[in-house]
Ligand binder design. Structure first.
Ligand code: HMG
Ligand code: MG
Length: 305
């Protein structure tokens, strides 16, 4: 197997994870949890999103969360931004990196951001331009890269079209989202075969939701093809409220187990990650859905030493 020596994990739990949680967390609880994530060795934390508060009420305190967290040197603290209004809010609190997002399929794009794909391009182009003028790096997301909850299968050529448009706007990196967690390694291979001739693997990240338990096998396939950036959420939280059937992201703790056992460096301390997961369980008042947390429960350990 040809595998990378090192992989970057981008923790999206505070944004993708919490946006799908019904129980409202207080700003203080979010800050406490994000501060604990900062102590784990993670180099990237997606903190929140500056979307319309009515669309994602859980993240309506993005400004207060950014003001309250203790930023650790060497960690990038990013946020999702859908338009110029969102960018202005993000710049007010000096977010490190701006993430713009859209879908490869019309159905999900409309359901998620209330615009057609064609209407979305100029909005995001303006955000990328303004973010660059503010000297921010910009990440792009394209959702529904394998299938759309409304339209079904999505062709790799559709993803390529959106990817080309986002890169031509000037994004620094593109995260490819299997929003509803339907993908399998053969589909990941076809998608990457479409994109890798055009873009260096260092510019592409993969973002798997694990609805059908295929995320880990997809990540191994992607690593074999040269991808070294993966999004994940602590304890397997996550999902898009505007994509029926979307469940949690691949769990950061399960992904770390896989990578470390394979001898791949991440710079992240699994023990600290599990402590942060236990803190989150106490805050949420429920068990997290990862294999690692399940094992801890079965062993009957109250705390991780
Ligand atoms: P809209 O209603 O079409 O917005 O929503 P609009 O531009 O027509 O504006 C309507 C009003 O909203 C205006 O106020 C704006 O100022 C206000 P009014 O003049 O009527 O008083 N407004 C805002 N207020 C605060 N912050 C803003 C903002 N924008 C407009 N940013 C919009 C369009 C995009 C805003 C809305 O659809 C939205 O917020 N959608 C976000 C949905 C979302 O967050 N989904 C989850 C994230 S994506 C995801 O999870 C997938 C991913 O994980 C990858 C994967 O898994 O595939 C990234
Ligand atoms: Mg997602």
């Amino acid at each position: 197997m040809r595998l990378p020596k090192k992989v970057v994990i981008k923790e999206v739990g505070p944004r993708d994870g919490l946006q799908n949680e019904k129980q409202m967390l207080s700003t203080e609880e979010k800050i406490l949890w994000i501060n604990s994530l900062s102590e784990t060795g993670l180099s990237y934390i997606e903190v929140s999103s500056f979307v319309h508060p009515k669309w994602i009420p859980q993240l309506s305190d993005a400004t207060e969360v950014f003001k309250g967290i203790k930023k650790r040197q060497g960690v990038t603290y990013s946020a999702l931004v859908p338009n110029i209004r969102g960018l202005d809010r993000a710049l007010e609190v000096d977010v490190d990196e701006i993430s713009v997002f859209m879908s490869a399929s019309e159905g999900h794009n409309l359901a998620n951001i209330n615009k057609s794909i064609a209407e979305t391009y100029p909005i995001l182009a303006e955000v990328v331009k303004e973010a660059k003028m503010a000297e921010k790096t910009v990440r792009g997301y394209v959702s529904t890269v394998i299938a759309c909850p409304i339209e079904g299968p999505v062709a790799p050529s559709q993803v390529k079209e959106v990817a080309n448009r986002l890169f031509s706007m000037g994004i620094d990196e593109l995260s490819l989202g299997d929003t509803i967690g339907v993908g399998v390694p053969t589909q990941v291979e076809r998608l990457l075969e479409e994109l890798l001739p055009l873009y260096d693997s260092s510019k592409l990240a993969l973002h798997f939701h694990d609805t059908r338990g295929t995320a880990i096998s997809n990540i191994v396939k992607a690593m074999e093809m040269g991808i070294t950036i993966f999004d994940s959420a602590l304890g397997g939280l996550g999902g898009c409220p505007y994509a029926l059937g979307a469940s949690g992201n691949v769990a950061t703790d399960d992904l770390l187990y896989l990578l470390h056992e394979m001898g791949i460096e991440t710079g992240v301390d699994l023990t600290q990650i599990l402590k942060s997961a236990q803190l989150l369980e106490r805050i949420l008042g429920k068990s997290l859905n990862s294999r690692q947390m399940d094992i801890i429960r079965k062993k009957g350990k109250e705390r991780i030493s």
